[in-house]
Design a protein around this ligand. Structure first.
Ligand SMILES: Nc1ncnc2c1ncn2[C@@H]1O[C@H](COP(=O)(O)OP(=O)(O)OP(=O)(O)O)[C@@H](O)[C@H]1O
Length: 247
């Protein structure tokens, strides 16, 4: 589904990512860990095609197609969708209209918003004055409307209170299992995801298949995501950087 090969990325001639290799297979949910400033958000934004991130080496393959040079809208059309860590305010654009466009007019914004307790936000400008948790739910609403095949989720639980985390977690679980008629261990989910998490709270709701640790702009390790999380909680990133984890 997604294959990143030797990816090196610059912003304003500063190298943020170098020689990144990472893969998300169809139906898999992979997790990206890493300390502050490691380049995790830069990687997500590069994958989505934000124009300030210049790929100077390597490639991004999506369903075996080279998408490295494609603009954001074409990547979205192919099935990539992103939940941003800090999405911009969109003055003058109502959430209802964005949801309608994201679903190509196929889904009713009211029905989608009902589930996420977002009906009262539909006629507000997107993100303007939204709280941290409301922004996350708004992002999820847009993703649910778009229904991409690969979800790029940048810290979905950050800023979400302890009660709402269950709503966010269960919504993401539902999105990833969309279209699957045999949920459980015996069959893979239909949708794929790459999730950035610091706390790992989201993994209480979503089963992760593989973890990656990004440090100083490159992938240092990959392996069992829950073991990685435990290791990070106990010993920080040092041991991971030295790749002493049991893979
Ligand atoms: N447009 C930019 N211009 C210059 N530097 C940038 C730009 N965007 C990101 N950076 C720098 O790149 C580094 C990686 O940033 P990034 O947001 O990807 O980190 P992160 O791993 O997501 O961190 P966090 O866990 O704190 O969210 C940081 O030092 C950041 O300041």
């Amino acid at each position: 589904m997604l294959k990143i090969e030797d990816l090196t990325v610059e912003v304003n001639e500063k190298t943020l990512l170098h020689d990144v290799n990472l893969e998300v297979k169809k139906g898999y949910t992979n997790v990206l860990f890493g300390p502050n400033g490691a380049g995790k958000t830069a990687l997500m934004r590069t994958l989505m095609g934000f124009s300030e991130y210049k790929v100077v080496k390597g490639q991004i393959l999506f369903n075996e197609e080279d998408i490295t040079s494609l603009p954001v809208d074409e990547r979205a059309r192919l099935g990539l969708g992103i939940m941003m860590q800090r999405p911009p305010d969109m003055s003058g654009i109502k959430l209802r209209d964005l949801v309608r466009v994201a679903s190509k007019g196929k889904k009713n914004p009211e029905d989608l918003a009902e589930k996420l307790d977002m009906k009262r936000f539909l006629d507000r400008d997107v993100n303007v004055g939204f709280s941290g948790g409301e922004i996350k739910r708004s992002e999820l609403l847009q993703l649910e409307a778009q229904s991409p095949s690969l979800y790029l989720l940048d810290e979905p639980e950050s800023g979400v209170d302890l009660v709402s985390i269950e709503q966010v977690g269960m919504t993401i679980k539902g999105l990833l299992e969309e279209g699957v008629d045999c949920p459980g261990e015996s069959c893979k989910r239909g949708k794929s995801a790459l999730i950035i998490t610091h706390t790992g709270r989201i993994l209480d709701y979503v089963k992760a298949d593989r973890g990656y640790i990004l440090c100083n702009g490159t992938v240092m390790c990959s392996g069992n995501p829950l073991k990685m999380l435990e290791e990070i909680k106990n010993r920080g990133y040092e041991e991971c950087i030295r790749c002493r984890l049991t893979m």
